[in-house]
Design a binder for this molecule. Structure first.
Ligand SMILES: Cc1cc2nc3c(=O)[nH]c(=O)nc-3n(C[C@H](O)[C@H](O)[C@H](O)COP(=O)(O)OP(=O)(O)OC[C@H]3O[C@@H](n4cnc5c(N)ncnc54)[C@H](O)[C@@H]3O)c2cc1C
Length: 506
């Protein structure tokens, strides 16, 4: 199959990956008379919907045109986190002197080996998303392009699947910015960058959002000269400003050249180089690189689904329109994951799949607006967030009290040499109700779950002060924020009462 040969390079790891997530000799099953659920797209949203529904006894068909596992397994979370891990190890080694270590001269990155490790681990993880595993779970797996063929029908590979309910889980693809000359010069996206086997000497990254930042730092630490273009005046401009500033300084220390608040005008290919022309404060400049990696937004996979034939409304930028219960404008058709969500993460694809199972199959009333969604950008340090930012609260006219604990006051962070960062918690003014939090720390993604749990469980910050945290851990910063809140409850009047009581008890 042609598109499967795009999984490059052709090696034993990618052969294992493909044998799991798009077996070349796969025979599509014969459709049953009618499915409870037909799911189009087998990324996280589709896989979780299919497995969950089949586990509850539904007859489910899952349709995938490319690789089961979708972006996350194949060209997203998994490969990016593998190379980020290698890049962190090398950054730590280079920093070894600070830890009292003598690192041998000539310790260097073996780029092909880093990429091979990534392919090996991705192949290992791919079993979880494999066609055979889903078949064993009782799901009818169809490989091929799915499209609606009129009410109650989906077509794939010449077969017609009849359904009671359908789910659109077709995800997104990288958006291609309209920069003149870019397409002609050639560029990488998340769909191709993980196929690299040789390190580009000079890499331009277009886009300073989460994907661009994670990959820019990883490739810089793996030895590329990296130039990061971002149209705003700050990288990660949607994040908490203090958090993004810490990361920006870390990027500068890493030696990433930041070109901010500028417009990329055109790209030209010249003597085997790619020259990016950009405009900053009225001046036009050019910079030559070997590769360009674009991480500038996502475009929804709505084309070819024949959505008009089933009355499903969609937008070329925003994707498929859904109500709070993830129902499209056709009440028999639901959507889950990136195709319909503002917050495009694997864990939101998973969470919305679970809502769809309950609402589509069991008449549930679960709502996406009730979800508390954390997220994390896996840079070094990581930036994790949940709930409101201060600006969100301000826009909604909600007054907040903010408590911050810098990591340079946390014993474990000092011992780890990871003092840059903080835990910041916003409370509804005058109460201990947690509205939102940002954590900047090396493993902020691990730490944010505690605050997410508190929000979901409706626990105030006071409750977190009562949670004993193992010493020494960086998560103690959360307890220390809670302690700081508790201290504000000790008003002069209460203190006076305590003093009198204790004097009387002497
Ligand atoms: C570089 C990168 C790093 C990321 N890192 C993280 C991270 O660390 N953490 C995190 O939470 N998120 C991360 N994400 C986001 C995450 O990958 C997505 O949110 C997640 O994959 C969305 O899952 P999905 O099922 O909605 O869509 P997808 O994973 O895009 O899956 C959709 C599937 O539908 C298939 N399809 C499309 N049209 C059809 C059709 N007509 N017929 C049949 N099949 C079709 C596609 O081939 C695809 O397999 C990252 C993304 C990128 C690009």
């Amino acid at each position: 199959m042609d598109h499967i040969s795009e999984v490059l390079p052709h090696d034993v790891h990618n052969a294992t990956l493909v044998s799991n997530v798009h077996p070349i000799d796969w025979q599509n099953p014969e459709p049953v008379a009618r499915y409870n659920l037909v799911v189009i797209g087998a990324g996280t949203a589709g896989l979780v919907t299919a497995a969950g529904a089949a586990g509850l006894g539904a007859k489910v068909a899952l349709v995938e045109r490319h690789l089961l596992g979708g972006d996350c397994l194949n060209v997203g979370c998994v490969p990016s986190k593998c190379i980020i891990r290698s890049s962190r190890v090398y950054a730590d080694l280079k920093n070894g002197k600070q830890f009292g270590l003598r690192i041998p001269e000539g310790t260097e990155v073996d780029f092909p080996a880093v990429m091979e490790r990534m392919r090996r681990l991705r192949a290992k993880i791919s079993y979880h998303d494999s066609a055979k595993r889903f078949q064993a779970l009782g799901v009818d797996v169809y490989l091929g392009e799915g499209r609606f063929a009129g009410p109650g029908m989906v077509e794939v590979g010449g077969k017609t699947l009849r359904y009671k309910k359908a789910v659109i889980a077709t995800g997104t693809r990288p958006a291609h910015p309209a920069i003149p000359g870019l397409a002609e010069s050639g560029f990488l996206t998340n769909e191709t960058v993980f196929s690299l086997t040789e390190r580009p000497r000079r890499l331009a990254v277009i886009g300073g959002g989460p994907i661009g930042c994670e990959l820019a730092q990883a490739f810089r630490r793996l030895g590329c000269e990296v130039i990061l273009f971002h149209s705003s005046s700050h990288i990660l401009n949607r994040e908490d400003g203090d958090a993004a500033e810490i990361l920006q300084q870390s990027f500068i220390r890493d030696g990433i050249r930041l070109i901010l608040d500028c417009q990329t005008k055109r790209v030209e290919k010249k003597n085997g180089e790619k020259v990016i022309h950009f405009q900053c404060q009225g001046n036009e400049e050019g910079v030559a690189v070997d590769e360009i990696l674009v991480g500038a937004g996502r475009a929804p996979n709505v084309e070819g689904l024949n959505l008009e034939s089933v009355g499903v409304k969609y937008d070329q930028r925003e994707g498929v329109g859904v109500n709070d219960r993830l129902q499209t404008t056709n009440p028999s058709i639901y959507a889950a994951g990136d195709i319909c969500l503002k917050y495009k993460f694997t864990h939101t694809a998973d969470a919305t799949a679970r809502i769809v199972i309950q609402d589509a199959l069991f008449g549930g009333r679960k709502k996406q607006s009730a979800l508390t969604i954390p997220w994390c950008t896996y840079t070094d340090p990581e930036i994790a967030h949940v709930g409101m930012y201060e600006r969100d609260a301000r826009e909604r006219g909600i007054a907040v009290d903010t408590f911050v604990r810098p990591l340079n006051e946390v014993d474990r962070a000092i011992a780890d040499g990871e003092e840059e960062g903080f835990v910041k918690v916003h409370l509804r003014k005058g109460t201990d109700k947690i509205l939102g939090a940002t954590i900047v720390a090396r493993h902020a993604g691990e730490m944010i779950s505690e605050i997410t749990l508190a929000i979901v469980g409706n626990l105030g910050l006071r409750a977190l002060a009562n949670v004993i945290h193992a010493y020494p851990t960086q998560a103690e910063a959360i307890k220390q924020v809670a302690d700081a809140y508790n201290r504000t409850r000790l008003t002069p009047f209460v203190r006076r009462l305590f003093t009198q009581w204790l004097a009387w008890r002497r």
